[in-house]
Write a protein that binds this ligand. Structure first.
Ligand SMILES: N[C@@H](CCC(=O)N[C@@H](CS)C(=O)NCC(=O)O)C(=O)O
Length: 219
């Protein structure tokens, strides 16, 4: 990989800062020690033809790797991980486990956690919200319990830090406005361990610095 550019939003509401999915895509090259550049898109331009050529759904993140336009945060993290043993073991069995846990994070944990995040941040005042929330929290708890079980006696999902932890920790951060992870004796320390990594701090700092640079005057 000689060229890696990540696209994130130029600005987002405060509740979404540190959550938007370009964070995980910045985190991966920080861990791998690979250089990357950031290219920001204004949210108002996300449906413009020029941006849709990079990300057909008009979302972030998008990325360019060696001239190829790519999208889907999980796919981008995986492609970066394939370049670095720091993120993807070379031995077959642990490599397969990393791929499984990457998909578990994206497909089994992220949907209910994202729904809870959206409910609490965007729809809390809707008449249907109080009826919807308990069932959603129960689903989230069930799935978090499986992750906690997997992490029992392990520092990371697959023996040592990998791309699976980038995705799982990024997804668990969606519950950061609740104590669902922080109060758990396994998930709380796991998330703190992941968030304490210098590469995570660098990725988060770079995302937050981009928002700060583009803060509207008088905000
Ligand atoms: N499955 C996609 C989801 C991307 C996504 O939901 N991005 C959000 C920001 S975190 C977005 O761009 N939302 C704007 C919109 O939906 O128009 C991925 O993981 O890349």
């Amino acid at each position: 990989m000689t060229e890696f550019t990540v696209t994130g939003f130029r600005q987002v509401p405060p509740f979404a800062r540190g959550i938007v999915r370009d964070l995980r895509v910045r985190w991966a090259p920080e861990e791998a020690g690979l250089p990357y550049e950031v290219d920001l898109v204004d949210p108002s331009e996300r449906k413009a033809p020029a941006y849709l050529r990079k990300q057909p759904f008009g979302m972030v993140p998008a990325a360019i790797i060696d001239g190829t336009a790519l999208f889907e945060s999980g796919a981008i993290v995986q492609l970066v991980a394939e370049e670095s043993e720091a993120l993807m073991p070379t031995e077959t069995a642990p490599r397969r486990e990393v791929v499984v846990w990457m998909h578990a994070a994206l497909n089994t944990l992220e949907p209910p956690l994202d729904a809870l995040f959206a409910l609490d941040m965007l729809h809390g005042a809707e008449s249907w919200a109080p009826a919807r929330r308990p069932g959603l929290v129960e689903t989230v708890r069930d799935r978090l319990a499986v992750v906690a079980g997997r992490l029992e006696g392990r520092a990371y999902l697959v023996d040592r830090f990998s791309a699976a932890d980038i995705l799982m920790a990024s997804v668990l951060r969606l519950a950061g406005h609740t104590d669902l992870c922080s109060a758990d004796p396994v998930l709380g320390p796991y998330l703190a361990r992941c968030e304490g990594r210098p590469a995570f701090r660098a990725a988060l700092d770079s995302q937050l610095a981009d928002y700060a640079r583009h803060e509207p005057a008088g905000a």
